[in-house]
Design a protein. Structure first.
Length: 295
């Protein structure tokens, strides 16, 4: 049996659907049974509760051959890193008490940084927390920039006519990846957990891209033929996040991450290889982007 945290999220949903299609026994973990009902109708076992409750997670992980562990986003957390650490510590305790031996996690590019990584700093902590557990094997998936993050830029395109909102340097190239690809990589390790020790792999998408390269792809897909990317100043980006309901802690952490990205620190440990390259291109994703844009 494979236990999946964040089963209704982007990566967890893909993992669960793929495992069920392969006839595997899956336990889906989430806060709402209603949201898990789709998986239950296909034979999944549901465990509902709070992911920061170590006792609940221990029960949910019990009997699992492998666990997919991730920290769900919480854009309103008063202290974003504290929130990440609270979840990470609960997962650690549950892994120990449930005697799980194989774990695949969702991490991120930049998780090698010991400081100044903003929203990714808690994922460095998460990796180190699980790496401290003796007698288990862990594979951390250091994913690139999610294509799905671009959905948040749609209102800016419609209001201002530019691809904007991020304070990211327009020429910085970085791995960009579809969350379905992350899910498929996770499935590979969950089904064939022959990894040993504490390891990480990058999940890098089809190719590295800059924001300036992304703009014309989305422009062509949405009928905005002259769409250009505009880098927002850090303070403007922060204000925009606050207006959208993010906590000050989350906004500050995001800006810190973007500064680390622009300086080159986030990508200093990353190198694209054939093994970490995944199939979905930005051109493939642009059809999804256009659909959301037009609905």
């Amino acid at each position: 049996m494979i236990a999946v945290t964040g089963a209704t999220g982007n990566t967890g949903k893909r993992i669960t659907e793929t495992l069920l299609a392969k006839g595997k026994k899956v336990k889906v973990i989430g806060r709402s049974e209603d949201k898990l009902s789709h998986f239950m109708s296909r034979g999944a076992i549901a465990a509902t509760g709070s992911i920061d409750d170590a006792a609940f997670l221990t029960s949910a992980f019990k009997g699992a051959d492998a666990v997919y562990a991730m920290i769900p986003p919480n854009f309103t957390a008063d202290s974003f890193r504290y929130y990440q650490n609270r979840i990470g510590n609960a997962i650690k305790e549950a892994i120990i008490k449930s005697e799980v031996r194989k774990v695949v996690t969702l991490s991120s590019i930049g998780a090698h940084l010991t400081e100044g990584a903003g929203v990714v700093q808690g994922l460095y902590d998460f990796e180190q927390t699980l790496n401290s557990i003796e007698g288990i094997d862990v594979m951390h998936l250091r994913a690139g920039f999610f294509f799905q993050n671009f959905f948040g830029m749609i209102p800016v395109i419609k209001m201002m006519g530019v691809l904007g909102g991020f304070p990211i340097d327009p020429q910085i190239k970085m791995p960009m990846v579809h969350t379905n690809d992350i899910g498929e990589v996770a499935v590979k390790y969950l089904l064939n957990p022959d990894f040993t020790g504490k390891s990480y792999v990058y999940v890098s998408g089809q190719r590295d891209l800059s924001m300036s390269e992304c703009a014309p792809v989305f422009g062509n897909a949405t009928g905005n033929k002259d769409l250009k990317y505009v880098q927002f100043p850090y303070e403007d980006a922060r204000k925009g996040m606050l207006q959208m309901g993010a906590s000050a802690s989350m906004a500050d952490a995001y800006i810190e991450f973007c500064k680390a990205l622009n300086s080159g620190r986030v990508g200093e440990d990353y190198k694209r290889t054939e093994e970490n390259t995944t199939p979905t291109s930005i051109e493939d994703f642009s059809a999804e982007f256009a659909y959301v844009y037009n609905t």
